[in-house]
Design a protein around this ligand. Structure first.
Ligand SMILES: Cc1cc2nc3c(=O)[nH]c(=O)nc-3n(C[C@H](O)[C@H](O)[C@H](O)COP(=O)(O)OP(=O)(O)OC[C@H]3O[C@@H](n4cnc5c(N)ncnc54)[C@H](O)[C@@H]3O)c2cc1C
Length: 437
């Protein structure tokens, strides 16, 4: 059998894998190999996208609740990089963020958000209030029932694919070896020692065994295919689409705040190059339940698709009708389902495996793993280096199967939209038939 040796093996060159490879190489680690199933950037990476929302958080304080402490600390670490690190800093666009809701129940989430937020917020209570957040002629919708808050500073969006490419380029320049595409980069299984107490490497589809001293599993929503996470991860899919704009229109829709409605969806200003505007409908997510014939246990198994359920397109068009009706009937130019791994509390899972030597897991983006990706590399590098400190954070991110033994796969995890339920891909009647250029 052909073997290849490295000191560190990273499984997944997605959002987190690139950040980890970048940070380890910047700290002087050498001999790092990163494997990915797709050609870079992988078409199934959640981060291979036009853009993502990004928000600054409050300053972390010892008196914060554990969850607030976790998010405030991770956001601060990330934002420092989005603003000051040359690899990241050209990709953060601080255009502002509107957090809105169309129903009373969802508006409660906005009120809680406003209560927690220390940055100045402007209340939006009428259609006129919403329209005034963007240049005249952009928001022509009726905004019936909409209320929310506008954070003018300290939030906006980040270019996603460009960030992935920048992390990859810098890590490559520093000597990281990426092996991407099937069969050479796709991991088929982990490789264990004879006693099953230690992970020694990974087998790729071409039959090569990649041996390393540290193995970092960071293959996103596909991670449960390679390791038993004891229900700590739920692969969940969301739906995104692109709306093509003309060059003239794109100019009008430039520098807009992100308009995010917790029970409808959101859109971000058009991409500079393609002039396409990304739209997402908001909902608690779709799962793809598959039963294990031996145990009867159910799990959600990701699959790739560059179409979306027609019901998702209908929800996106409803969002457009209510906000920018002048674009609501325009044909879409691209759509896909996009998978992320939800932990039970949506706090990341970044830890040494307690029973398998050499293995570190960095998973569970839970819908917030892009804006925080600059922090993931440093968090994982600290674990690789056994760096002391950060105990409160480590406790939050620990391997914690005891919290998910009775996991309800249908839990909405605090999300709104659609019928307020996690949806089942097996119930989808019809998929879009969008032709790509
Ligand atoms: C529709 C959508 C919108 C989102 N919006 C936001 C947002 O606005 N803000 C935000 O912060 N976050 C957002 N997120 C979440 C964020 O994108 C994810 O949390 C983050 O990208 C997860 O990174 P990851 O590295 O864990 O996974 P990925 O980026 O998915 O990377 C996993 C990688 O593993 C590879 N892989 C899989 N299987 C194998 C294998 N067997 N062998 C080798 N490689 C393998 C894949 O090819 C992929 O490259 C969104 C997610 C979705 C789905």
């Amino acid at each position: 059998m052909q073997t290849s040796n490295s000191t560190t093996l990273v499984i997944g060159a997605g959002t987190w894998g690139c950040s980890i490879a970048l940070d380890l190489s910047r700290r002087g680690h050498t001999d790092i190999t990163v494997l990915d199933a797709g050609p870079f950037p992988s078409p199934i990476s959640a981060g291979n996208d036009l853009n993502k929302t990004a928000e600054e958080a409050n300053e972390a304080s010892d008196s914060d609740s554990d969850a607030d402490y976790f998010w405030n600390t991770v956001h601060a670490l990330s934002m420092q990089k989005w603003k000051c690190d040359p690899v990241f800093s050209s990709f953060y666009h601080e255009t502002g963020f509107i957090m809105a809701a169309a129903s009373d129940a969802a508006y409660q989430a906005c009120l809680e958000y406003a209560e927690h937020e220390t940055a100045p917020l402007t209340a939006l209570d009428t259609a006129e209030d919403f329209r005034a957040t963007m240049p005249t002629a952009v928001l022509q919708g009726a905004f019936a029932g909409w209320r929310g808050f506008w954070k003018k500073k300290g939030a906006g969006w980040v270019s996603a694919r460009q960030t992935l490419e920048a992390m990859y380029a810098e890590a490559t320049r520093l000597g990281v070896h990426f092996i991407t595409g099937c069969p050479h980069g796709r991991v088929k299984s982990l490789s264990y020692n004879a006693a099953g107490t230690s992970v020694e490497g990974a087998f790729t589809d071409d039959g090569v065994l990649h041996v390393a001293s540290h193995i970092i599993l960071t293959s996103g929503a596909s991670s449960p295919r390679l390791l038993d996470f004891h229900k700590q991860l739920r692969p969940t899919a969301w739906t995104l689409a692109h709306l093509p704009l003309s060059d003239e229109e794109a100019k009008l829709y430039r520098n807009l705040p992100v308009l995010y409605c917790v029970d409808r969806g959101f859109f971000i200003e058009p991409d500079n190059e393609s002039c396409e505007m990304k739209i997402c409908d908001e909902h608690p997510g779709y799962i793809n339940p598959v039963e294990d014939p031996a145990t009867g246990d159910m799990s959600s198994v990701p699959f790739a698709c560059t179409q979306i359920p027609v019901e998702a397109e209908i929800r996106m068009r409803r969002l457009l009708h209510e906000t920018i009706p002048q674009l609501a009937n325009r044909p879409l130019s691209f759509a896909r389902i996009c998978w992320d791994a939800d932990t039970i509390d949506r706090i990341f899972l970044i830890d040494k495996h307690p029973e398998l030597d050499n293995l570190i897991v960095a998973v569970g983006g839970s819908g917030n793993g892009f804006m925080t990706c600059p922090a993931i590399g440093p968090l994982v590098s600290d674990i690789v280096e056994d760096k002391p400190g950060g105990e409160r954070l480590k406790k939050m991110m620990r391997w914690r199967p005891e919290t998910s033994s009775d996991r309800d796969w249908w839990d909405t995890q605090g999300r709104f939209g659609a019928d307020g339920k996690v949806m089942d891909f097996r119930d989808v009647q019809e998929w879009t038939k969008i032709e790509e250029d």
